[in-house]
Design a protein around this ligand. Structure first.
Ligand code: F6R
Length: 257
């Protein structure tokens, strides 16, 4: 697990460079997209580079991590709508190139299995971007999720619904109780993973992920078994790491191509 600690701005530049190199080498790369606050500066930087004509997503495809169950298409809180607004429609993906799990399906188990099949038939994910929950979740794999879990229905924890109420006008009761999420086993099959952690409320989850004993109680610790993970943390999110871990980290400048 490579650890880079820097400002949110510099971390976004580092991540955008990584996308730029990947798409230059493999224009039809398959990307894994996270919704939420953590990747927003990366998405801004990627949109700016596409607008400047220095990179293109025209041949790429993408799969989102998760979706709430029961929100109608177009609901402002639905992750499909959020990823379109935050990223997909700001770059030059071809129509239909970005897919997400169908949280409105009448048969959710079948929708989950179908989503796994779609990822496999696309050849798997080349580069997955992740955030981390304050409780250590990745995608919506809440504490207790198996490292072997696949895309499935998951019940959202009270903590996650509280954290995400900000996307529903501050009303926790408006946050759905269930979601469809890629499993940890699904995520671990991505060939490369970048996890972004921004802000003091992520500090204890980051410390547990990087230095704690691997445990299903902290789903993000599963990433320690993956051969190609880069954790990008700002100083606030890195604050609970031991001095040794912080000393082993690099700055984004030091590793930018
Ligand atoms: C989003 C997702 C979640 C978020 C996590 C952090 O698709 O799967 O795991 O990455 O909840 O959310 P933010 O970035 O909003 O703090």
């Amino acid at each position: 697990m490579q650890l880079i600690i820097d400002t949110e701005h510099n971390l976004a530049l580092w991540a955008a460079d990584r996308y730029e190199r990947l798409l230059a080498e493999v224009p039809e790369a398959v990307l894994g997209l996270a919704t939420g606050s953590s990747p927003l500066r990366v998405y801004d930087e990627l949109a700016a580079r596409v607008a400047a004509g220095t990179m293109s997503f025209a041949s790429a495809r993408a799969f989102t991590l998760d979706e709430y169950v029961g929100l109608p298409a177009g609901h402002p809180g639905s992750y499909r709508r959020v990823i379109d607004e935050d990223f997909a429609r700001r770059v030059d993906f071809a129509d239909g190139a970005v897919q997400g799990p169908d949280g409105t399906a009448s048969d959710l188990s079948e929708a989950a299995a179908e989503y796994e099949r779609r990822i496999v038939s696309a050849g798997g994910i080349d580069l997955q971007i992740l955030g981390i929950g304050t409780n250590g979740h990745i995608a919506f794999n809440e504490p207790g999720s198996s490292v072997h879990s696949r895309t499935r229905v998951e019940v959202l924890s009270e903590q996650t619904r509280t954290d995400n109420a900000r996307f529903f006008g501050g009303d926790i009761d408006a946050v759905p109780t269930r979601c469809l999420t890629q499993g940890i086993g699904t995520i671990l099959e991505a060939r490369e993973i970048i996890l972004l952690a921004i802000g003091a409320n992520k500090a204890s989850a980051v410390a547990a992920m990087v230095e704690g004993a691997p445990s299903e109680r902290v789903p993000a610790t599963a990433l320690r078994s993956h051969p190609r993970v880069t954790v990008l943390a700002d100083a606030a999110a890195a604050a609970a790491l031991t001095p040794e871990a912080r000393a082993s980290a690099r700055s984004a400048d030091a590793v930018r191509a």
